[in-house]
Design a protein around this ligand. Structure first.
Ligand code: G6P
Length: 581
């Protein structure tokens, strides 16, 4: 995790870096720091958020610099552990995203040779190693250090004596923006697009030396030329636009997002055909993307009879990888470390690979053979909402190309309409019950089981209420012990093959005095009978129902978190892009 930004050119570096880091706060926000260089290096670093900073811009002078917004891995968030980190002399300073796996051994060696460490971080070893390797040539010193570092890194480095910013990458994202006699380096393109759309994506093993008016790239010590790509990015879409939170804005964008993403996926008939003829499909993903993948599993198995395995990407390395499976990696950011390594494992086993992602040029797009873009636009809130809807829509679009669901136009129209209605449905009674709870269960059967999992994930992410998503049939096997009159259950109970079993499960819960929030049809008298609160779902096909229930659950989570005064867009301890394993 962590976000890094660097600049060299003709502008004051600190304001560029501070603004850039604000755009990267989704990657981590427990502390921040900026270093700039003139003839000596000026470093300001603090616990807290870059958006609250007041010192960097005033104190850090100069037209080259680097900055960092942190998500702690080694050492708690405090002023000392905040990046940049410097060597013993103060000549070198670095920012780092990733994990140096052999840092403990390296640190012991450096300490035995007289180096003094200020922080608990793994990253600080890099600055001291550059100090040791330095013989007057800054790029040569950095070049000498990189092969010794095990793990992952995106590094930006400054030297007081060299008018350069050095960037290096291994398994952590890093891009460079090519401006007019100026260069911008960043974890992703968002801090850069206000200045230039010409972006160069570093590959693993690349090192870039940015000077005034020139850039020299090398790979493994050998000079290379990398092509720039023009990045399409809607700057307005990344602003709140009058909404109280990005999350609320993104929830409201979902009717368009569903349509857009559904259509984009339909432009890949070759992928639909590959999936239709596959012996098996395996999906790897984390978090919300995992829950979206589970939706595809239920739809594809039911409608197309295709066996679909869904694995948490972090567990995939411990499991078998049959080479006749088509492997789909789903990742909003395209940078999730576990998803990337799982995808690489699938490629190394010769599986055909597909990436579904929202971010152009992200690492996953380069690791997969084929790519489907979700077209959700920038998602700023840490909790994923519209990107989940986009993933669902992408899967629906692929399924429509597999000719086993109920027709393209009806799914697109019915889902859109259902989302629009769900955006206006009153959820206040449900919120009133949730706000008082310390534990919640979300239950569903069949396709509504993954929907329940995602509902619970949203709730815990932003409200900090313990919430679990369960298959309704499974809840008797353990969780029943937790049900009391203070443990509300949010249950999806809609007509279909699971309806009667769902009703029975709800009655069993009711017999334990559990407050029940039923999500179902308004005119369902049986549900009215058992549920304390009924949240109505507009009538429609299963795709429309999934879309509507998703939106209702997002809104219940949002308003609960709002009532509890939580920091909705930047929840405690979380980050949007998890680039460490
Ligand atoms: C983090 C985010 C989640 C996201 C997950 C996977 O945990 O906070 O919202 O679902 O990473 O991210 P990805 O970018 O791979 O979809």
């Amino acid at each position: 995790m962590c976000g890094i930004v660097g600049y060299i050119g003709w502008r004051d570096a600190a304001p560029v870096i501070v603004e850039g880091l604000k755009n990267l706060e989704y990657r981590g926000y427990d502390s921040y720091g900026v270093a700039t260089g003139t003839d000596h290096l000026m470093v300001v670093k603090r616990k807290g958020r870059i958006s609250e900073q007041t010192e960097c811009v005033a104190k850090c002078l100069g037209t080259r610099g680097i900055g960092h917004t942190r998500w702690a891995t080694h050492g708690p968030p405090n002023d000392i552990n905040a990046h940049p980190h410097s060597d013993c002399t103060g000549r070198f300073t670095i920012v780092h995203n990733g994990i140096i796996e052999n840092y403990a051994e390296l640190k012991r060696g450096l300490e035995s040779r007289g180096h003094h460490f200020a922080s608990d971080t793994d990253s600080e070893v890099i600055a001291h190693m550059i100090e040791e390797a330095w013989e007057g040539d800054f790029p040569a010193a950095v070049r000498a250090v990189l092969p010794i570092l095990e793990g992952s890194y995106a590094i930006l480095a400054l030297c007081a004596d060299s008018d350069e910013v050095i960037a290096a990458r291994k398994r952590s994202p890093l891009v460079i923006g090519i401006g007019d006699n100026e260069f911008f380096a960043s974890s992703d393109a968002t801090p850069i697009v206000a200045y230039t759309r010409d972006i160069l994506v570093l590959e693993d093993g690349d090192l870039a030396v940015m000077r005034r008016g020139s850039i020299a790239m090398e790979h493994g010590g050998v000079p290379i030329i990398r092509k720039t790509t023009y990045v399409d990015y809607d700057i307005e879409a990344a602003k709140k636009g009058g909404f109280a939170h990005f999350m609320l804005k993104e929830i409201f964008e979902q009717p368009d997002v569903f349509q857009q993403s559904f259509r984009l996926a339909q432009k890949h008939p070759e992928i639909s055909s590959l999936l239709s003829h596959a012996h098996g499909v395996s999906i790897i993903a984390c978090g919300t993307s995992y829950n979206a993948a589970m939706l595809f599993r239920y739809f594809a198995e039911k409608e197309c009879g295709i066996p679909v395995r869904v694995d948490m990407a972090s567990e995939y390395r411990y499991l078998s990888t049959p080479s006749d499976e088509v492997v789909i990696a789903v990742s909003q950011s395209g940078e999730t470390a576990d998803t990337l390594s799982a995808l690489r494992k699938a490629s190394s086993c010769n599986c055909p690979t597909i990436a579904i992602t929202n971010v152009q040029g992200s690492s996953i797009t380069r690791a997969a053979e084929q790519v489907i873009y979700m077209g959700a636009g920038p998602e700023m809130s840490v909790a994923a909402t519209k990107s989940y809807m986009a993933q669902f829509a992408a899967f629906a679009g692929l399924l429509s190309g597999m000719n086993c669901n109920n027709g393209t136009s009806s799914v697109e129209r019915s889902a859109r309409q259902a989302i629009e209605e769900a955006l206006l449905t009153d959820v206040s009674e449900a919120v009133a019950l949730c706000v008082k709870a310390s534990t919640l269960f979300y239950v569903g059967r069949g396709i509504f089981y993954p929907v329940a999992m995602e509902g619970a994930l949203k709730m815990k992410e932003i409200s900090y209420i313990h919430a679990e998503g369960y298959a309704a049939g499974e809840i008797k096997h353990g969780p029943f012990a937790l049900l009391t009159e203070d443990t509300p259950v949010i249950a999806v109970c809609l007509p279909g093959d699971s309806y009667q079993s769902m009703l029975s499960n709800l009655r069993e819960m009711k017999a334990r005095f559990t407050p029940l929030i039923g999500i179902g049809y308004e005119d369902d008298v049986d549900l009215q009978d058992v549920a304390d609160v009924l949240i109505p779902v507009p009538k429609g096909d299963t795709y429309a129902q999934v879309a509507a229930v998703t939106v209702l659950m997002q809104r219940i989570a949002y308003y609960t978190a709002l009532a509890l005064g939580r920091d909705i867009d930047k929840p405690r301890n979380l980050a949007k892009s998890v680039t460490v394993e």
